[in-house]
Design a protein around this ligand. Structure first.
Ligand SMILES: Cc1cc2nc3c(=O)[nH]c(=O)nc-3n(C[C@H](O)[C@H](O)[C@H](O)COP(=O)(O)O)c2cc1C
Length: 206
């Protein structure tokens, strides 16, 4: 079998930062947590996914971020999946904090973000998303370099009615009418409204 030693292939040094040298497809979520002063925090994350078929959801976050510290301290977090029309709102949740280095450093941009209260856990969602998860912290895997993987057990799921797959509407039309937001790290996004049925092999079972 030939190797990847080929003029068309570039070999990058895995000891050097390499994820920003090419594009990939990722989701974009907004994680909600509660601060020490009982106010709420929202922050965008793209390294995020269901952790298997059961009710687990995980995202990668550095312990330097308030999101990590809040989730570990309170034991809960929320997840909002924004629509493409909300990409600016999702981005605003990454606005810099201001204030003294001692004492609370606030993210004033959060005041501009419309929020909705969660029901099962003490938390908030970004309003007008299409999918919302309420999670209890299950475990965190630390020291993945400077990052950690936070895994929650999903305790409540809320989906906008129009985004649900329902048997009397073609799946293609569900997405066309309710486009999905994709983040293409490190610096682009896409609106997904045109999709195709996946060509599963005959006899495929998950
Ligand atoms: C589009 C986008 C995606 C991001 N994805 C992640 C991520 O997956 N993990 C992470 O730790 N930070 C990610 N960040 C950075 C933080 O979420 C962001 O800096 C945030 O403001 C940290 O806030 P916090 O201290 O309130 O948690 C992302 C930022 C943007 C703008």
């Amino acid at each position: 079998m030939d190797t990847l030693e080929h003029d068309d292939i570039v070999h990058l040094d895995p000891e050097q930062p390499f994820w920003e040298r090419f594009y990939m497809v990722a989701p974009l979520i907004v994680v909600g947590t509660q601060n020490e002063d009982n106010s709420y925090n929202l922050a965008p994350k793209h390294m995020a996914a269901p952790m298997g078929w059961d009710n687990y959801f995980g995202f990668v976050c550095t312990p330097r971020h308030k999101t990590y510290r809040n989730a570990v301290r309170t034991g809960v977090f929320t997840v909002s999946y924004p629509k493409p029309s909300q990409v600016v709102l999702a981005s605003l949740s990454a606005s810099p904090r201001v204030g003294a280095t001692e004492g609370p450093r606030r993210k004033p941009a959060l005041n501009q973000l419309p929020m909705r209260a969660a029901a099962e856990v003490d938390g908030v969602f970004l309003e007008d998303g299409y999918l919302f998860l309420e999670c209890e912290m299950e475990r965190h895997v630390d020291d993945l370099g400077e990052n950690s993987l936070l895994i929650g057990a999903v305790k409540a799921v809320h989906v906008e009615k129009d985004a649900l797959r329902v048997s009397d509407k073609e799946n293609e039309a569900v997405i066309r009418d309710n486009p999905l937001l994709a983040y293409l790290p490190p610096d682009r996004y896409a609106t997904i409204d045109e999709t195709n049925a996946f060509p599963f092999p005959a006899g495929f079972e998950k």
